[in-house]
Design a protein. Sequence first.
Length: 620
Amino acid sequence: MAKKYIIFLFFTFTSLLIFFLYSSAITNFFVLDDETNLIVLKNLDNPVVSWWDIAFSNTSGFFSRPIAMITFAFDYYLYGYNFAAYKITNIVIHIINSVLVFFIIRHYLQCFELNNIYLISMFTTLLWVLSPMHLSSVVYVIQRMNLLAAFFMLVAVLYYFLFLSCGRYKFYKIIFIYVICLISLLAKENGVTVLLIIALTEIIFMLSGKSDDKKLSMKLLIALFTPILIGVCYLFLKWDYFTIEGYRNRDFNYLERLITQVNVVCDYMFNLVFPLERNMGIFFDNYKVYKCLFCDGWTVLKLITFIVISFFLFRFEKVALWGWGWYLMGLSLESSIFSLEMYFEHRNYFPSVGIYFLIAYFLFKFLNVAKYKRSIYSLYCLYLLLFCLVLYTRANVWRSMDSLAVKEYERNPGSSRASVEMSNYYMRYGDIKKGLHVLNKISKREELKFGYGFHMLALACNNVIEVDINKIEKKYFSTDEKQEAMYYMSAIKNLAKVYNKKRCKNLGLDEVVYKLNFDNVVKGVPGFSGALSELFFSLGDMFKYEYYAKVAYINERDKIGYGLRYVKALYENDKFDIALLVLNDLERKSKRRLMIFMPLINQYRGVISERVKDEENKEI
């Protein structure tokens, strides 16, 4: 009873502390792809659109991530487009996850009957929940997908400890592991890594003599590895898609990404263990790419260190091996061949449980043999205090886009994203000279010239600066260098928004845009044809708008979203028959995707059918 009371007080205190430390970051602004992913929520204002439609509308993942999208729809229903409320929901999920972490560590250690089980569990939980590295997972709103995937993965591991581990299981109970894993996949695809972690745990129990029935353990391992092997086979069947098509908009290939990830993982671990604010941030788009394994001696040394640590723990510290394996396996998907950006802090959210368990385990193991225990406890408390101070400081930086822009540019002035945000910050407050000075640094990089050119045109449209259109065209739109896709695309979207405000008359912008061959500048970039359709719609060119809407409909993953845009373009150009044919195709696609947006498709069909009748009546 006393232990339950202490645990209750521990989590009450931890929850209050977390809300206090995160309080300054609970503000209403979004970053990076928050708006891109959540703008679909505004469709709920249309009474024919349901939560079911929103649930399967996301295209950033293989399974549409419906679990996360449902929670966003619920937030939108309660709070509208107020992102501060969404962040509070994220904080609550983060606290719930910390409870699961505590019980997982406790159950794992109880299987080995170690000392200080509750202290190690509490210390691991505090390190994890207070980690400054997790701030971007919690207040970067769209990363709720990551939080929810972690929640279900932690539930799966806890279920394993309660019903399957230490000889307390029946084989049929593994079906529930599959169910939980599937649910985590519906939040984010890295949920599959939980099968690896459960398999690792079972192997450690077998090697440590904690498994009563090794035959049953082998059956459990086969059951866990079977879906993983199926996934690996699928990966090899689609090898060209993942390793060639996926990298068309990257300035590195899959081998370079694998080599670079050795350094990325080392940087992750350093920042998890020694959380210095100057090393942490959200913009790492200019992370150094390593072209070959032996070009840099440090990369080889780091890789050898990983192997040595793994061998040492396997040979002498099997209990600690679990934490090391948890971390590496947790990162195994997002630090592999998939064409993701090199570095994002939020990828450590679930894997870091392993690192913080390692720290707590070895610190309390040292405490058992230390003479001055009170002094050691004081040092441990100071370590936790460091986490609190850095987390509070980072949360204060995230209080607004202004403070975040200033801090990110100060930390990483070579980042194009940080430079654009810093330039916008200066210009919001009327310091045009400084804003242009920051942007001019970008213009010197060949791969950013197109984006910079469109950025300058948008500023001219907003009457912020005066530009010579011919000079802009010759200087920034004449390069044959492959362009950095994300900056280029965001600059085009920004220009389209500005042009929609009718501020670009008599500027000669149309002439520049029509001279460019967009099809050869950025090939195969997801979302690029959609951005171009927006641009030409803002220019009032309905035929170009229709063309790029059609390209987006054919090539993009979001067939229904871009298909409806294509229908709108056909409607604007009075091509009603083609529009109805496209709607019929969208109806078939909707049926294959669980009938999402079917009422909206029917609404479009009704409007077009009415228009066709009106045209027929006019002819009569």
